[in-house]
Design a protein around this ligand. Sequence first.
Ligand code: NDP
Length: 278
Amino acid sequence: MDPAPKLTLNNGVLMDQAGYGTYKVPLQDTAPLASAALSLGYRHIDTAALYGNEEGVGQAVRNFTHAGHVVREDLFVTSKVWNTDHGYDAALRAFDTSMQKLGFEYLDLYLIHWPCPERGLYAETYKALETLYSEGRIRAIGVSNFNREHLEVLLDAAYVVPAVNQVELHPWLPQRDLRSFHEANGIATVAWSPLGRGALLQEPAVQDIAGDTGRTPAQVVLRWHVQAGHTVIPKASTEERMAENLDIFSFELSPEHVAALDRLESGRRTGSNPSEVN
Ligand code: NDP
């Protein structure tokens, strides 16, 4: 399958609009599943220190590049600094640990996983990311789970505007205000749990549109995202689902279908509210 189209981040770096998410992929399954994703055409993989599977992602990337299928520069890998490693020095150490596990010379995107507002250290943590960025060890830096108020504080303190904010986003929780803020500030939106952890696929409106378009419920929801300009990183455990989730660039939802999906907004989250994670 063709790789996903690439979006240009605010520093000129290209990121595939669909990636493979690896949260809850056990370490022993990660290299085979990430390898399958790469063979299917994925060029973007999302991991994090928390997921405990960076070694598997690194192994899949090394195997795929060593086999000569692509060069490392064709791939885009994201990792994230965990909440217990906030602070300048701790974040630098956490980055080194992640890089050892990944076995890379450089990382494409490094994010602060959660702002943890009560710790009060996210601006300082971000300074460590800026240092690593200025040293060329990371191609782009950004954040995850930052609400607008956290971004406002960060933008006041930062030299480098985050390239990405990776947040929970799907038709139940479309994050309209945050997305406008991203657009106004040149921050790309990456949607985590783009399928609402799979539960959204049971929505009658999603199933009806799948019937109308001859696509699967997952493809309908992922297409809603990419038409709105989001990057998606669905997780799947079978090659069939992975292939399905990447095959979302050859059809279009009508304005009526998009409106029907927009009407699913309910504020329902599958994860935590970032203001409450510390
Ligand atoms: P998703 O919305 O991607 O949903 C994954 C679930 O949907 C799994 O149960 C999967 O089942 C199922 N699924 C996937 N594809 C299909 C399909 N085509 N048809 C039917 N069911 C399908 O949820 P995640 O929470 O995993 O989010 C995706 C990624 O986002 C994560 O893996 C992670 O990389 C990132 N993330 C980031 C967070 C952050 O704080 N920054 C928080 C949470 C996630 P199965 O696995 O059985 O195939």
